[in-house]
Design a protein around this ligand. Sequence first.
Ligand code: NDP
Length: 447
Amino acid sequence: MLHERLSEIYDNVLRRNPGEIEFHQAVREVLESIGPVLGKHPEYAESKIIERICEPERQIIFRVPWEDDRGEVQINRGFRVEFNSALGPYKGGLRFHPSVYLGIVKFLGFEQIFKNSLTGLPIGGGKGGSDFDPKGRSRHEIMRFCQSFMTEIYRHIGEYTDVPAGDIGVGQREIGYLFGQYKRITNRYESGVITGKGLSYGGAQVRTEATGYGCAFFVDEMLKARGTSFEGKRVVVSGSGNVAVYTIEKVQQLGGTVIACSDSSGYVVDDKGIDLALLKQVKQVERRRMATYAERRGGNATFVPGASVWEVPCEVAMPSATQNEITGRDAETLVRNGCIAVGEGANMPTTPEGIRIFEEVGVAFGPGKAANAGGVATSALEMQQNASRDSWTFEFSESRLRQIMRDIHARCLQTADEYGMPGDYVAGANIDGFKRVADAMLALGLI
Ligand code: NDP
């Protein structure tokens, strides 16, 4: 239920942003949490902070023309939504996926504001991407697309303005092509303009692993808060991209057994535990589908095409693919099968109905804003190293990440307690993330 004033604001968001259903969902979730804050802080309502937060500071939509390997011209659409810069330069990834449209970029950018605030680091919120589909494209086609994308977007970004990174379909290879084109156009080696770079050209240790590792650390904290651990737990991870692979790696190091993972073609069950070296070879080196993993693993693993990975019984679920991938029905199945904790590596992977079911039965539920904030936090550490022309060791960087995740976990719990909702990580994350941005906006005047 929404507080009366928030309900008016939400209706206005619906009216002003027609058809952008993912954006509506993301806004509603935050508004549902922050009602109690308005009672304690009337100054936020007086200054229309919430209305302002729901309206991006700037939205850029542009044409991305490029030539495929047959010499045919292709046209895609590019986006960058610069949502909020009260805490620092806009910061958030780029997603290349055919489903991308303004509503997806705005939901991701909106969530990013609060996530970045939760890290306690000086970064604002933004997000971008394109409806370009990298699947089946050659390396040269990907490079030409990235160069064309950067040829427009370079004028809007900068280390003090807006700092993109990767997301679905944008990994280190794409970041390299994007950064190379920025450098060529501007004649500046401005390392801090983009994060997720390779180690040989200004990247930071642990950035590649950070989102997955961070999510595993966050779930580890949730389990510890309930007097248990990953030890002996069966874990299901969806996806098999950047976030999923490094979630699996860290969960295994923390004593859990990851028994299933997926891609958009289906899922693999591997009761003895996913063979990470084989998964990396199949997905990262050869860029093949999950069925190949099962074939190479012989009798140990089964590939199940076109089905939901959430039907595999587990104690811990870590959705790491895409938005709205755990429906109410999936949540019911997970609960019935004995799931006690969910950590969102992906952004908004659980539908509102799914969240309600988890919360009703007391499953420890770590929302993406908190649980996957390790990626952007480590991006901020990459910016810090770029600014000081320094590079930290893997061990030091990982210890910083672990501490950041512990702090986020503690702040979520503390804030949820303070507002009378003990154990509610969704409320804790939304309120804590919101307050820091709101206070900065008040202090900065009418921005
Ligand atoms: P990748 O592109 O590396 O991997 C995405 C994975 O999810 C692939 O296995 C892909 O399968 C699967 N997937 C994507 N879209 C769909 C879909 N519509 N249906 C089913 N499966 C799908 O992306 P990342 O690992 O970087 O991102 C995964 C999630 O984590 C996203 O929600 C992203 O926003 C979030 N995230 C990422 C961060 C990062 O640092 N990279 C930081 C914070 C959050 P297939 O290959 O078959 O498409």
